[in-house]
Design a protein around this ligand. Structure first.
Ligand SMILES: NC(=O)c1ccc[n+]([C@@H]2O[C@H](COP(=O)([O-])OP(=O)(O)OC[C@H]3O[C@@H](n4cnc5c(N)ncnc54)[C@H](OP(=O)(O)O)[C@@H]3O)[C@@H](O)[C@H]2O)c1
Length: 350
C-alpha cells in the first residue's frame, strides 16, 4: 500500500445527503485532496455548485451516477455517505480494484454478522469483507486505521458515548454493568429524506425520546466498550431528538468503584495528546454550539457525591466528529498526513 502520497483523488458516493454535503465542504478545503467524482442517482448531471449553494465558486463538478468501474478508474479513495445496506453491494468490486474505502454507513461496523443482520433486517451481501474492516474511532485504534483498506467510520451516537466512557472502562474505574447514556441529536442526524416526523412543525419546539427499547447504535456502542473493558458492559441507551439542526449532547451516568479517584485528571491524561478531544475545566459544561461545524468533541466530568454517580457530558457535531470530520481525520491517518489537516475550523458563535 502506497504511503505519504502528496495528494489523492477522492470520490464521494451519496453527496446529495447531509453527511455527503459535509464531506464536500471539508474535502474541498483539504490541501491534499482532489475531488474527482461525486455521485447521486436522483441528481446525476446536476452541477454540485447549483445543488449546494454554499459550494458556489468552490466546485465545478457535476453529480454522476455511482458506477463502480468509473469510481475505481478515477479515485484512490472512495467515501460512502449512503444509507445502510448500500456500500455492501459495491464493496467487493471496489476492494478488488485496490481502491481504499471509508464507509460512513453501518455496513461494516459490527464484527458479528448475525447481530448486524438482526438489527438491520437484511442479509449481509459481503460478509467475507467484514473481518477486514477497521473501526474508525481514531482515539481508540489509530494504529489499525493507518493501514486500513476499508474503514468503517464510527457512528455519531457511538462516538459520543464511547469517548465519554472509554477512559473509565479501560482502567476498570466504574461498574461496567451499570451504565446509562441519555443522548440527544439534532435533526440532521436522521438524514435528508422527506419524512412526516421530520417536518418543521413536528420537530420544532418539541423534545422527545425514541428507540427506547432498542436502537441500531446500541450493539455498536457495546462492541466498542466491550473491546476496552476487562469486564462485559451493560448499557441502557436512550436516544432523543433535539429541535436543532446539528449537534449531539450525551449525558452519561455511571457508578465509580472508588469515589476518591481524581476523574478529571483521568480524562485529561487519557486525551492529552488527542487533537480533537477537549476535556473542559472542572465545573464547565459543554454546549453543542461550541463544536458546530468542527471535528471537536468536548467533554466534562462531574462527580455527584450525594448519589455516588459520576456524570460525563459530551458534545460533538453529528455531521462532523460524528461523521464526515471523523472520516477526514481517518483519511489523514491512512495517508500519514497531519491528522488535523483540513479540520481546523473554529465553531460559529453565536
Ligand atoms: N446524518 C448523520 O448525522 C450521520 C452521522 C453518522 C453517520 N451517518 C450515516 O451516514 C450515512 C449517510 O447519512 P445521511 O444522513 O447523509 O443520509 P442522507 O441525507 O439520507 O443521504 C443519503 C445519500 O445516499 C445516496 N443514496 C441513497 N441510496 C443509494 C444507493 N442505493 N446507491 C447510491 N447512493 C445512494 C442519496 O443520493 P441519491 O439518492 O441521489 O443517490 C443521498 O445522497 C448513513 O448510513 C448514516 O447512518 C449519518
Amino acid at each position: 500500500m502506497s504511503k505519504v502520497k502528496e495528494s489523492i483523488k477522492v470520490g464521494v458516493i451519496g453527496a446529495t445527503g447531509y453527511t455527503g454535503s459535509e464531506l464536500l465542504r471539508l474535502l474541498l478545503q483539504h490541501a491534499n485532496v482532489q475531488l474527482s467524482m461525486v455521485t447521486s442517482r436522483s441528481d446525476a448531471g446536476v452541477s454540485i455548485a447549483d445543488y449546494w449553494p454554499n459550494l458556489r465558486g468552490r466546485c465545478d463538478l457535476t453529480f454522476v451516477l455511482p458506477d463502480v468501474d468509473r469510481l475505481a478508474d478515477n479515485c484512490d479513495l472512495v467515501y460512502f455517505a449512503t444509507p445502510h445496506a448500500v456500500s455492501m453491494h459495491m464493496m467487493r468490486e471496489l476492494m478488488n480494484r485496490d481502491v481504499r474505502v471509508i464507509d460512513l454507513s453501518a455496513d461494516f461496523r459490527l464484527r458479528d454478522i448475525p447481530l448486524w443482520e438482526k438489527w438491520y433486517g437484511v442479509e449481509h451481501a459481503c460478509p467475507e469483507v467484514v473481518a477486514q474492516a477497521v473501526y474508525g474511532l481514531p482515539e481508540v485504534n489509530r494504529d489499525k486505521i493507518r493501514d486500513a483498506k476499508l474503514l468503517a467510520c464510527a457512528g455519531c451516537y457511538p462516538t459520543a458515548v464511547q469517548l465519554g466512557l472509554i477512559p473509565l472502562l479501560e482502567q476498570s474505574l466504574i461498574d461496567p454493568q451499570d451504565l446509562i447514556a441519555n443522548v440527544a441529536s439534532g435533526v440532521s442526524g436522521a438524514g435528508r429524506q422527506a419524512k412526516v416526523a421530520n417536518l418543521f412543525a413536528e420537530l420544532s419546539d418539541n423534545f422527545k425520546a425514541y428507540g427506547v427499547s432498542g436502537h441500531r447504535h446500541l450493539p455498536e456502542i457495546v462492541q466498542g466498550l466491550d473491546d476496552v473493558s476487562p469486564e462485559k458492559v451493560n448499557l441502557t441507551f436512550v436516544p432523543h431528538l433535539l429541535p436543532i439542526i446539528r449537534g449531539i449532547h450525551a449525558t452519561l451516568y455511571c457508578k465509580p468503584k472508588d469515589f476518591s479517584i481524581d476523574f478529571q485528571s483521568v480524562f485529561e491524561q487519557r486525551y492529552k495528546n488527542e487533537p480533537f478531544v477537549d476535556v473542559l475545566p472542572v465545573g464547565v459544561y459543554p454546549e453543542t454550539r461550541s463544536v458546530k461545524g468542527t471535528n471537536v468533541c468536548r467533554i466534562s466530568v462531574q462527580p455527584v457525591e450525594d448519589s455516588g454517580v459520576l456524570v460525563i457530558l459530551v458534545v460533538e457535531d453529528n455531521l462532523t466528529k460524528g461523521a464526515a470530520g471523523q472520516a477526514v481525520q481517518a483519511m489523514n491517518i491512512m495517508y500519514d498526513w497531519d491528522e488535523t489537516l483540513g479540520l481546523n475550523d473554529i465553531a460559529l458563535m453565536p
